[in-house]
Design a protein around this ligand. Sequence first.
Ligand code: NAD
Length: 518
Amino acid sequence: IAATAPTVRNICCIGAGFVGGPTAAVIALHNPHIRVTVVDKDENRIRRWNSKHPPIYEPGLHDILRIVRDGSGPSATNDELTKPGGLDGVFPREAVSSGNYGEGRHARVQTKSDVARQPNLVFTTDLAKCVSEADVILIAVNTPTKTRGNGAGSATDMAAFEAVTALVARHASPGAIIVEKSTVPCRTAQLVQSMLALYRPGVQFQVLSNPEFLAAGTAINDLLHADRILIGSSNTAAGHKAAAALASVYASWIPPARIITTNLFSSELAKLVANSMLAQRISSINSIAAVCDATGADVDEVARAVGADPRIGGKFLKAGIGFGGSCLKKDVLSLVYLAETLVLPEVARYWLAVVEMNEFARSRLVSRVLRCLNNTLAGKKVTVLGFAFKKDTNDTRESPALDIIRALEKEGPDTIAVYDPVCTPTQMAEQIGRFAGSHVLRANGGPVVVHSDVYSACQGSDAVLITTEFDEFKNGPVEADGVAGGLEANPSQISTSDADDHLSSLNPVPPCDEDCPE
Ligand code: NAD
């Protein structure tokens, strides 16, 4: 990190979503002297960020907001706040992943050396003001997949990103550093630079790529303990200086060796490749799961034996109903699209197979349910436990559960009951209604019923599918006496009828949520 890096005093993050909110909160936490503003056009979202109930659920987020937004909560000493990695003592990894720091055994007693924190994180809708005051502007808006056609790759929908870039170009102060935080197609930086030149001819800005690698459900842990920060810049003195300025923000808590600098396009492409390779691993083991089913081999045993080879490693080798979430599929399809536009059909076909295998993994579960229930769901109740795309998040985008529900609906069951420990019944009903198209959701009946209680969801079911691997489903909810109760402790609550024998073979087909990135 060059000593000449300009001092950053004011950061504006555009997009108060799953990435923008937590990232801005952690940056603010570790940089008490930087004012961080998060801007969104969605007034309701901003209102919720300013309330006690932020729009997203992430373990650990709540306490950080209490410090940086409210100026209260578990405190830290000056030393702890300024030493790289020093906050580990305040927010131990274990505490952050449990979301349980600030209380119980992770409670931290306030000492004389604790500093009173001035709040330095603000959520607002006033984009023009915040952008004009910022010396670093992070663009963290949604970049979803465009509608996919004919099994080919999909371009990224850049509408929100381009709209925000145009606003930034209009309002940013000369010399501002504009950072692509969103996942974008390779060479987007060129587009940003040309938009800046168009709107503000002759004004100097610097464009950086700084893709985010956090995963929903572990966002705070991932941000606090990032294994790498990737910063791409143009290969000029000004570009390097801008990269050094952004690096100095992260260096407040990330060891310098983990800050990787590259050229702009390498950084953009690396994000797509990282997600595509993780997706590929999941599809690889799911393809082997099908072979195991047909041969009598056990995919968990195969994975353990294969993963023991250090060249392969054991992570991301858990077979299940495939990856979900807003990013993995989108990024693989974006890579496929890139290969197609570069006229590399062999490369495109290779990566497209990863998505096709994921769809196959979903359909295998539904086929197994049918096999277990005499090939018909008519007159039967099926329960789907878990609606979020992975545990410890309320993010339901591209959730495997939604695909499973849609596939089950086609089989005409009497009822599909759905329960999730984090998503609210309203959130689930809205999503299922939207995806189910024509049918009407009724509160107490109809083909899909959302429940706020796991036992009522399972009552009288012919099959219970665990589609999100929440601990509650594995261990049972923690009772008042601290003992895990739950499904196994109350087997009479689950009517499994003739599927009973098969459930044990159905249940070990969890979704992949093992540190699933986004
Ligand atoms: P999100 O949909 O949760 O949040 C995006 C926010 O941007 C929304 O609140 C939206 O209202 C806001 N926005 C859109 N247009 C705007 C405008 N013109 N002005 C102001 N605000 C505007 O999306 P996300 O999950 O936070 O993802 C953001 C980016 O980060 C995407 O490119 C995604 O691929 C990438 N990413 C996401 C994750 C993840 O876990 N979700 C992880 C890594 C990277």
